[in-house]
Ligand binder design. Structure first.
Ligand SMILES: Nc1ncnc2c1ncn2[C@@H]1O[C@H](COP(=O)(O)OP(=O)(O)OP(=O)(O)O)[C@@H](O)[C@H]1O
Ligand SMILES: O=c1[nH]cnc2c1ncn2[C@@H]1O[C@H](CO)[C@@H](O)[C@H]1O
Length: 434
C-alpha cells in the first residue's frame, strides 16, 4: 500500500521506519493485506468524435448513457468506422476504471466482480479489456460467459461532452453466486454504480450487486455508490434516496446527478442534502472543482488554516481539517464541507472529461483503504482511538481527488497509465502544503 497523495515525509506511514537492529527485539506483525472490491458491467469504450446530427440520428440524448440494441450498435459501429471517427478503444466501465485507478494509485490489490468471455481471441474486445487493466486488479473472480463483453460507444461532441451508447453483450449476466463473501467482507470497501440497477431482472447483475451489499453490510464494510448519469437518477429520485439511505456509506456524484437526486443545483446544497441519507459525499463539479462533505465529531473538529469560503453555507469549509467519520460513530456529529478548485486550473487542453470523476473517486477510496491498512499496522495510533472513515482530512482528500482527476484529464483516458509522480517536479509541489 502506497501512501495516498503527496506529503511531507513526517506524514508518511511510520510502519516502514523500523530500525533494522532494534527490529530484532520486537515481534513483527504479520503483513496486512488490504483490498477493495468492485462490481461492474464489463465494457470496452469505443471513443469517437461526433457531431450533433449523429446523436440525433441515433436518438441519443446528449450526456446520457443509453442502452442500444444489437442492430443499432452494428449500424453505429459501421458508420463510425466508415467515416473514420474512432479515436481510441480502451477498457472502460465506471467501476472497472475506478478499481483500476485505485490499484495504480495504491499499488495494491482490488477485486473486480463482473463477467468475461469464456473464449478470448487475440485482439478481441475481451482481450483488450484484460490487457488494459492493471495487473493489481484481481480478475480471477470474473464469471465466464458465452457471449461477448459490452461495448460503450463514447461519443465526444465538439465541446467535449460525452454521450454513451451501450451495446450490452453479456455484461449483465453476472449472478449472485459469483460474489465471494469472504472477499467482500474482508475488503476495505465495496464500490458500485447506479448503472447496475438498470439491468433486466433476469440478467442477474442487479441481484449480484444486492447480494454483495448484503455481505458488506453484515461485516460493516463501507458501501460506496457512484451515480453514473443524471438521466438515470431523474427517472426516480425517491428510489435512489431510499437506496442510499438503506445501503450507502459514501456517495460519489457530479453536480448534475446531485441536482437530479436532491433538487439542488448548487453542489454544496446537494452535498448537504445527501448527508441526510449517507455518511460522506464526493461531489465533482467540472471546471468548478470538487467538494467533499461528511460528518466529524464535535470534540475532534479541526479548524482550517485556509481562507474561509463564501457559498450557500457561509464559511462552509471552517472545519475542513477534520477527518471524516460515520455519523453513527459520532456522539455529537457536525457536518463538515471542503472544496477545491481544479488543480493548476485544469490541463491546458481538455479533449474530453471522460472518467475524471472515476479518478477522483479512486483517490477517495485509496485514502479510505489506507486508513484500514494503517489501523491494522498501527492499531495504537491516536488516529484510530475513536474510529474514522478515512486516513486524511476532508481538505487533503479534496486535494488528492482533484490531483488525480487532473491526471486523468491530462492523460486523455479514463484509466491512469501510471501513478502520480513521487515528487511533483513543478513549483506546484507547494500545492500539498497549502
Ligand atoms: N473543464 C475542467 N477544467 C478543469 N478541471 C476539470 C474540468 N472538468 C473536470 N475537471 C476536474 O475533474 C473533476 C471531475 O470532473 P467532472 O465533474 O466532469 O466529473 P464527472 O462528470 O463525474 O466525469 P465522468 O462521469 O466522466 O467520470 C473535477 O472535480 C475537476 O477537478
Ligand atoms: O451503463 C454503464 N455501465 C457501466 N459503466 C458505464 C455505463 N455507461 C457508461 N459507462 C462508463 O462510464 C465511464 C466514465 O465514467 C466510461 O468509461 C464508460 O465505460
Amino acid at each position: 500500500m502506497k501512501f495516498p497523495g503527496q506529503r511531507k515525509s513526517k506524514h508518511y506511514f511510520p510502519v516502514m521506519n523500523r530500525d533494522p537492529l532494534l527490529a530484532q527485539l520486537t515481534i513483527q506483525p504479520a503483513p496486512v493485506n488490504t483490498w477493495i472490491c468492485g462490481i461492474d458491467q464489463t465494457l470496452v469504450d469505443i471513443e469517437a468524435q461526433v457531431d450533433e446530427q449523429l446523436l440525433a440520428d441515433y436518438s441519443l440524448p446528449k450526456g446520457n448513457s443509453t442502452v442500444i440494441d444489437d442492430t443499432t450498435a452494428q449500424r453505429l459501429y459501421q458508420q463510425l468506422q466508415q467515416q473514420q471517427l474512432i479515436t481510441g478503444e480502451f477498457a472502460g466501465g465506471t467501476i472497472g476504471n475506478t478499481v483500476h485507478n485505485y490499484s495504480v494509485l495504491a499499488d495494491d490489490r482490488s477485486v473486480l466482480f463482473g463477467v468475461m468471455s469464456k473464449q478470448i481471441e487475440v485482439g478481441s474486445y475481451a482481450y483488450r479489456y484484460l490487457c488494459h487493466t492493471s495487473s493489481k486488479v484481481d480478475l480471477d473472480y470474473l464469471q465466464p460467459v458465452n457471449g461477448p463483453i459490452g461495448r460503450c460507444f463514447t461519443l465526444i461532441s465538439a465541446e467535449g461532452e460525452r454521450t454513451f451508447a451501450i451495446s450490452k453483450g453479456s455484461m449483465d449476466k453476472l449472478t449472485p453466486d459469483h460474489i465471494s463473501k469472504p472477499l467482500v467482507q474482508g475488503g476495505a470497501a465495496l464500490v458500485l454504480t447506479a448503472y447496475l440497477m438498470r439491468a433486466r431482472k433476469e440478467d442477474g447483475i442487479a441481484d449480484a450487486a444486492m447480494q454483495a451489499i448484503a455481505y458488506a453490510k453484515e461485516a460493516d464494510v463501507p458501501v460506496v455508490l457512484t451515480l453514473g448519469t443524471r438521466f438515470l437518477i431523474e427517472e426516480d429520485p425517491k428510489f435512489w434516496q431510499n437506496f442510499i439511505r438503506e445501503h450507502v456509506t459514501v456517495l460519489a456524484m457530479n453536480e448534475d446527478e446531485g441536482e437530479a437526486l436532491t433538487g439542488f443545483d448548487d453542489p454544496l446544497q446537494a452535498s448537504e442534502k445527501a448527508l441526510e441519507w449517507c455518511d460522506m459525499v464526493l461531489t465533482t463539479a467540472g471546471a468548478t472543482g470538487l467538494y467533499t462533505a461528511g460528518y466529524a465529531e464535535e470534540s475532534e473538529k479541526r479548524e482550517t488554516a485556509h481562507l474561509l469560503l463564501p457559498g450557500s453555507i457561509p464559511e462552509f469549509n471552517r472545519y475542513e481539517f477534520s477527518r471524516p467519520k460515520r455519523k453513527q460513530d459520532c456522539d455529537n456529529p457536525i457536518k463538515v464541507f471542503a472544496h477545491i478548485s481544479p488543480y493548476m486550473g485544469g490541463p491546458e487542453k481538455i479533449r474530453n472529461t471522460n472518467g475524471a470523476g472515476d479518478g477522483a473517486l479512486a483517490a477517495l477510496l485509496h485514502d479510505l483503504a489506507a486508513n484500514n491498512y494503517h489501523k491494522s499496522r498501527v492499531p495504537g495510533s491516536i488516529k484510530h482511538k475513536r474510529g474514522g472513515l478515512c486516513y486524511s482530512s476532508f481538505s487533503q482528500i479534496c486535494k488528492y481527488a482533484n490531483r488525480v482527476a487532473y491526471e486523468v484529464l491530462a492523460q486523455n483516458s479514463p484509466r491512469l497509465s501510471r501513478g502520480l509522480p513521487e515528487r511533483e517536479d513543478s513549483l506546484e509541489e507547494a500545492y500539498w502544503e497549502r
